[in-house]
Design a protein around this ligand. Structure first.
Ligand SMILES: [Zn+2]
Length: 258
């Protein structure tokens, strides 16, 4: 009986009460390396130019940013850790009767929801066909979500930190700021759903929205002569990853950027 009492006391000691659960809750970041794998269209590879592939770079950045963030004390989960679709093996996740690119977007938001992420960050590189002079970094958020203010601030802290980190690495690249996903110049697939699928609200039989603030960042243009040259230099990927990590830390510390 004495042993039982001792055991109960020990259990009480180690069971997390509400207070300790609060103190020990590690903030959870889900990083989403854009694109990945092989599919019928460019959406799997992302942009390709100047000998660079977007899906390869996004994964490099995500893995390195994850390392930086874990060293800062955050819990990090990646939607993919290799060159493959996130919806793998392929499933009809949105129950619309077909397995397509929409299911891959669903796989990303469902992953973030399943991991109870505090924030969701989708990592991309940009492209502007026929405009090699367009360069820089900008962030997107969805204005149609209840947590849009946090999403906007998240996009802003990351783009600002990215620009600072790139400058620090020796490549000055403009922070083109933050805009809504609706303002993106590339037309979305459905006219009545003008948002990015990984950021927008739920739409039955199409997409399940993420349950937490999110941002999609496009750092540097693969079509830009100067950005592509910088991306081939050792240190630039690490600088971008560092930018993501520091921007996320600034967000959690409550910083605001204009
Ligand atoms: Zn992309």
């Amino acid at each position: 009986m004495r042993y039982l009492a001792l055991l109960a006391a020990l259990l009480l000691l180690f069971l997390p009460g509400p207070a300790s659960a609060q103190t020990h809750h590690r903030l959870i970041v889900v990083l989403d390396p854009g694109h990945g794998g092989y599919g019928p269209d460019m959406s799997y590879t992302g942009a390709i130019d100047n000998g660079l592939e977007e899906k390869v770079l996004t994964l490099q950045v995500a893995k390195r940013a994850a390392r930086d963030l874990r060293a800062m004390g955050y819990a990090v989960n990646l939607t993919r850790t290799r060159d493959q679709a996130v919806n793998w093996p392929p499933r009809d996740l949105n129950h619309d009767g077909t397995i397509d690119q929409l299911d891959d977007y669903n796989a990303r938001t469902l992953f973030a929801n399943r991991h109870h992420a505090d924030i969701f960050v989708s990592i991309h590189f940009d492209a502007a066909e026929g405009a090699p002079f367009i360069h820089g970094t900008h962030g997107y958020y969805c204005p149609a979500r209840p947590f849009w203010r946090q999403s906007k601030r998240l996009a802003a802290t990351i783009t600002a930190a990215l620009a600072a980190s790139l400058t620090h690495s020796g490549y000055s690249s403009p922070d083109a700021g933050v805009q809504t996903d609706v303002a993106d110049k590339v037309p979305q697939r459905f006219p009545n759903y003008p948002w990015f699928f990984v950021l927008g609200p739920s739409w039955p039989k199409r997409i399940t929205g993420s349950a937490m603030p999110g941002a999609l960042i496009e750092s540097l243009y693969l079509t830009s002569t100067s950005d592509a040259t910088a991306l081939k230099r050792s240190g630039t990927i690490a600088a971008i990853a560092r930018g993501y990590a520091e921007g996320i830390r600034a967000y959690f510390h409550g910083h605001t950027m204009s």
